[in-house]
Design a protein around this ligand. Structure first.
Ligand code: FAD
Length: 416
């Protein structure tokens, strides 16, 4: 069924009895051309682009919980393409362009809102670095504006401009950045893929990856064995565990990342604002809650909840640039499992096992990457060749010494 204003009016006038379930609940088939492990944003987007761009529809997405139960439904919804390095920026700009047409593409309201992303700077050196980043963005076809202090004040008069330690000296603004309703992205891609015949199999955990003669032949699951000509891993925080089922050890650490939401307030924060002297960022949801977060918890974990030291650290960042936040009541906090790569850049690649593909290492930034990740991963699976925008995101880059270290901090996941 196509969603439109006419379907809403028709259903409104007929007691809303015509809405259909958004996707089917199929039993797994004996074999598929492609089995995707993980029904998060990246797995579902990959299924959709396999069907839409390459006509490959004999596909199953196998999810151990319910669709969207992982990070796709836990993130702080920010999209942007304000990257510096050539291995990253064209990929994220491609993603932002796909976000701009996504709702028409999949016929689903994902509440894409380009309300702007503003990175604050607090020193001359940081402003110079932002100017360089902004120029790299412009050269890749993205938008970027360098604001002085007055420019920032016009946008966000509520910020603490004269903090003793971290005075605000300006900011880098990407007006096309913003927010998207995260779980609607999962539902929208799921519905669109299902519409092309992709089987979405929930409550089905992959427990083993079966190989014969160096080639993948299928997956063992809690609902039985499923044969597959190709298997594509998209398990995000569980990437290391799933890859281990095929005997692979990844350059990935799993950490918990927390997020927070306040009680609903009148509109105050116009877009996304990030602190440049610590790890804190904030936006306001359409319901009015201030949505904010900061750094990962500094220890390896598969828990979807974090510890108090990070809560304190995030609140200190908040109070430094936005002291009025101290008056708001905190409503909820939660966590998700982050697949932190050793250079802060993702991996989209084949593996040494024939027919087995890898998509992981999304760190904090995998939500904004969802469309481009699905697009490029589907391209790789369908053609066997890397997509031009993901060519540098190879697994062997660490071995070859070609890390894409966006922040220049080395192999320290907590700093990426
Ligand atoms: C608190 C928080 C805030 C964030 N904020 C942002 C942000 O503002 N902007 C941004 O760009 N990114 C953000 N991120 C990062 C982003 O959410 C992730 O990088 C991205 O969602 C990961 O990809 P995914 O959606 O496919 O992951 P997931 O949704 O986690 O999908 C992976 C799926 O694999 C399934 N799975 C795992 N093991 C198995 C198995 N053995 N068998 C079957 N299924 C399995 C899991 O259940 C899960 O559903 C944030 C993350 C968190 C936690």
């Amino acid at each position: 069924m196509t969603y439109s204003v006419f379907s809403i009016i028709r259903e409104g006038l007929t007691g809303n009895r015509g809405w259909k379930p958004v996707w089917r609940e199929p039993e797994p088939k004996a074999e598929y051309d492609v089995v995707i492990i993980g029904g998060g944003g990246h797995g579902l987007a990959t299924a959709w682009y396999l069907a839409r761009n390459h006509g490959i529809t004999n596909v199953a997405v196998v999810e151990k919980g319910y669709l969207g139960s992982g990070n796709i439904g836990r993130n702080t919804t920010i999209i942007r393409s304000n990257y510096l390095l050539p291995g990253n920026e064209p990929f994220y700009e491609h993603s932002l362009k796909l976000w701009e047409g996504l709702e028409q593409d999949i016929n689903y309201n994902a509440m894409v809102s380009q309300r702007g992303v503003l990175n604050l700077c607090h020193s001359d050196a940081q402003r110079d670095a932002f100017a360089r980043r902004g120029n790299a963005m412009l050269m890749a076809g993205a938008d970027a504006e360098l604001l002085d202090r007055d420019g920032v004040r016009k946008l966000c008069p509520f910020l603490n401009f004269d903090d003793e330690r971290f005075p605000i000296t300006g900011g880098l603004l990407q007006r096309r950045g913003g927010t998207v309703r995260h779980d609607a992205v999962a539902w929208g891609y799921a519905r669109a893929a299902d519409g092309h015949g992709v089987d979405l199999i929930q409550n089905c955990e992959v427990t083993g990856i079966r190989r014969e003669g160096g080639r993948v032949v299928g997956v063992e699951t809690t609902r039985g064995y499923i044969g597959a000509k190709k298997v594509a891993m998209a398990a995000a925080g569980r990437a290391g565990q799933v890859a281990a089922m095929a005997g692979l050890r990844l350059p990935i650490e799993s950490h918990v990342l927390q997020a927070f939401v306040s009680e609903g307030l009148k509109p105050v924060v116009p877009g996304v604002v990030t602190f440049g002297a610590g790890h804190f960022y904030v936006s306001q949801s359409d319901k009015g809650g201030l949505v904010f977060g900061g750094d990962i918890d500094g220890y390896n974990s598969y828990a979807q909840r974090g510890a108090l030291p990070v809560v304190q650290d995030v609140c200190e960042g908040a109070m430094a640039i936005m002291p009025m936040l101290g008056r708001a009541k905190l409503l909820r906090s939660w966590g998700g499992i982050m697949d932190m790569s050793m250079d802060g850049t993702p991996i989209i690649d084949k593996t040494p096992v024939d027919g087995l593909y890898l998509n992981c290492g999304w760190c904090y930034g995998g939500f904004k990457a969802t469309p481009a990740s699905g697009w490029c991963y589907a391209h790789l699976i369908a053609t066997g060749e890397p997509h031009e925008y993901a060519r540098e995101m190879r697994l062997d880059r660490f071995e070859r010494g070609y890390a894409i270290d966006e922040k220049g901090v080395g192999a320290q996941p907590n700093l990426h």
